[in-house]
Design a protein around this ligand. Structure first.
Ligand code: TXA
Ligand code: MG
Length: 408
């Protein structure tokens, strides 16, 4: 039913797919802008036929393949350079599908589905008997559980509908790099173009002319450009196999929201545990090329500390990147501390003030530091509450745990 309705939308509204727009369809040898009619259908067919497609979701771009096709799933692991023991989220377009895949989900999981699907929430459930033992994992491995998510972005759901399968999709970045929040973060390394796509599209060309974290033309079959993602951080991953929900990765559906909906206070168990339940959390993630340190404290102390660090690093011939809120940048201006640095080796990137904006901009900002080729990054901490928990989780990974608390 939904498929028919969404399908209708694709055909009748031309470039519009539900509430979203397909801005372009890019294949290794061709880029089609402003002629996207049927683009979602093509993308779905590629997945159905065993191919790999990068597509937008409301969180970050995903790299999708038919979850039931072991060759296609293996290709995803190869394209990303993803460790084999890290399972993939299964993406569905209808809530019914969840109940075909999940073994006896608890009542509270159904409440979460009612309230947050479609949306940025992945539920880890026990797999129904009879499903392939490797489903959701690397095809030579086995898992008893699967992570399932129904994205809100209508382009994603239409593509899943047309694929006529369940779509296994990790974030569409090379392993260890920030998740893509725009197509400029994906692109093909050796697309036949007048200028190399990496440079033209804003991602960082390496000295050999290739692009950091971009894909080879034979690694992906299509990229669907649906603009910048609205949330900017990956979905909340919640293990619902027990009596209490366990947050394995914080996201836009926060602990408070889960408690409000289920009446149960969730446990948060991210990477701090020795044996993380969500294997992905133990790997280096979201990391810019330069080492990053998070600075936590009162705004004025943060500014003073960043100033001192900048002085020292510049004296040592380094190029410094500062990631700060708009308010802190204002304070820097007022304090006139950084004026003397004009034209020197310092790049200040602001990522907004509200959590929603910071979340949207975080990964793109980290990538920008790569493009600017800074050699040291200092980033302002945000409060660890609500969506701030997900932001700090990603920032801590990018900083590989380095935090300086500077409040005097
Ligand atoms: O927002 C998102 O979730 C994006 C978009 C594309 O949907 N996807 C995404 O996928 O972030 P990925 O592969 O980059 O991250 C999936 C996370 C990993 O930390 C992985 O370990 C965890 O989910 N995960 C997947 N299946 C799991 C399972 N069965 N048990 C525990 N953790 C699981
Ligand atoms: Mg990822």
């Amino acid at each position: 039913m939904i498929g028919e309705i969404l399908g209708e939308l694709v055909w009748s509204a031309c470039e519009t797919v539900g509430e979203a727009f397909i801005e372009a369809i890019i294949t290794p040898d061709k880029e089609v802008r402003a002629a996207k009619k049927g683009g979602a259908k093509k993308a779905g067919k590629i997945i159905k036929d065993g191919g790999i497609v990068a597509f937008p979701t409301e969180t970050v771009y995903g790299l999708g393949a038919d979850a039931f096709n072991p060759e296609a799933v293996s290709r995803i692991y190869m394209a990303k350079g993803r460790p084999n023991d890290n399972p993939l989220i299964l993406h569905i377009a209808k809530k019914d599908k969840f109940f075909e895949l999940a073994q006896s989900p608890p009542e509270y999981a159904k409440k979460l589905i009612d309230v947050y699907w479609p949306g940025p929430l992945t539920l880890v459930v026990r797999k129904k008997l009879g499903l392939p033992s490797w489903l959701g994992s690397f095809p030579q491995n086995q898992t008893e559980t699967i992570g399932i998510r129904m994205p809100k972005n209508t382009i994603a759901r239409v593509i899943i509908e047309y694929s006529k399968t369940v779509v296994a999709a990790p974030s569409a970045n090379k392993a260890g790099k920030p998740s893509p929040t725009a197509v400029s973060h994906i692109s093909f390394e050796n697309k036949k173009a007048a200028t190399p796509l990496c440079g033209a599209w804003g991602s960082a060309p390496l000295s050999d002319g290739n692009c950091e974290s971009n894909f080879l033309a034979n690694e992906i079959d299509m990229i669907v450009d649906g603009g910048t993602t609205t949330i900017g951080l990956e979905s909340t991953v919640v293990d619902v196999t027990g009596d209490t929900p366990i947050i394995l990765r914080p996201g836009a559906v926060t602990a408070e929201m889960i408690e409000k909906t289920t009446g149960i206070a969730p446990i948060t168990q991210t990477d701090s545990a020795n044996t993380p339940k969500s294997p992905g959390m133990k790997y280096r993630h979201y990391a810019p090329n330069a080492p990053m340190t998070i600075i936590s404290g009162d705004r004025k102390d943060v500014v003073d500390y960043m100033y001192e660090k900048t002085l020292k690093n510049i004296a040592n011939g380094k190029k410094v990147g500062l990631l700060v809120t708009n308010s802190t940048k204002e304070l820097m201006k007022k304090a006139k501390l950084f004026e003397g640095f004009r034209g020197k080796n310092i790049k200040i990137i602001t990522f907004g003030d509200e959590f929603e904006i910071i979340a949207q901009k975080l990964f793109a900002s980290l990538r920008q530091f790569d493009t600017l080729e800074v050699s040291e990054i200092f980033a302002e901490a945000v409060p660890n509450t609500g969506l701030g928990e997900a932001i700090m989780n990603r920032m801590l990974k990018a900083a590989e745990g380095r935090v300086e608390v500077v409040t005097t």
